[in-house]
Ligand binder design. Structure first.
Ligand code: HEM
Length: 153
């Protein structure tokens, strides 16, 4: 009899707790999706603004436009910097902290490069600005190889 009560108690607890656990699982999956969407949107913004900068940086008369593009790119780098790349979930738990630190460091370096680009444009040094554009562009491939899920280049 006591055993039956125990079993019934356990079943009842499982039934009562199931929706809570399911809800938690759903909201954590939603949070992950939201983070993923935010990163993808931010990366697309970096991509779009960088493409426009490639042209505008060649022309000193377009420096005001370039500064606007750089500002938008910097905002997107800041958003990307605090996002968690989806690949982190696939990294062994023992290596995850190092993976996330590495990602954060590269993003911080990218942000620093965009600040150097801004300083070059503000100084009217478009040759330097074009060199920095190349440096920024060169972060894409190794960054994706290390931190993006397969297929993003
Ligand atoms: C400045 C050059 C870069 C450009 C133009 C660029 C562009 C992009 C683009 C177009 C995407 C795909 C977005 C989408 O899903 O529509 C993407 C995704 C991504 N990028 Fe970048 N990126 C750059 C630098 C970096 C760097 C330096 C890192 C890492 C340190 C990085 C990490 C990622 C990650 C983690 C994703 C998400 C892909 C996934 O789902 O795993 N990117 N990037």
């Amino acid at each position: 009899m006591r055993k039956l009560r125990w079993t019934l108690g356990l079943v009842l607890a499982a039934v009562l707790l199931a929706p809570v656990t399911l809800n938690q699982m759903q909201s954590s999956a939603q949070a992950q999706d939201a983070g993923k969407d935010a990163l993808h949107e931010a990366m697309s913004t970096i991509d779009r603004n960088l493409r426009l900068l490639r042209r505008s940086l060649r022309d000193k008369n377009k420096n005001a436009e370039s500064l606007e593009l750089i500002a938008k790119m910097q905002e997107a780098v800041v958003v990307s910097k605090s996002a968690i790349p989806p690949r982190a979930a696939k990294v062994a738990e023992s290596e995850r902290a190092a993976f996330l630190t590495g990602y954060r460091r590269e993003m911080a370096e990218l942000l620093a490069l965009t600040a150097q680009l801004e300083l070059a444009v503000l100084a009217g040094d478009n040759d330097k600005a074009q060199e920095l554009y190349e440096k920024i562009k060169a972060t894409e491939e190794p960054g994706h190889q290390k931190y993006a899920e397969e297929g993003t280049n």
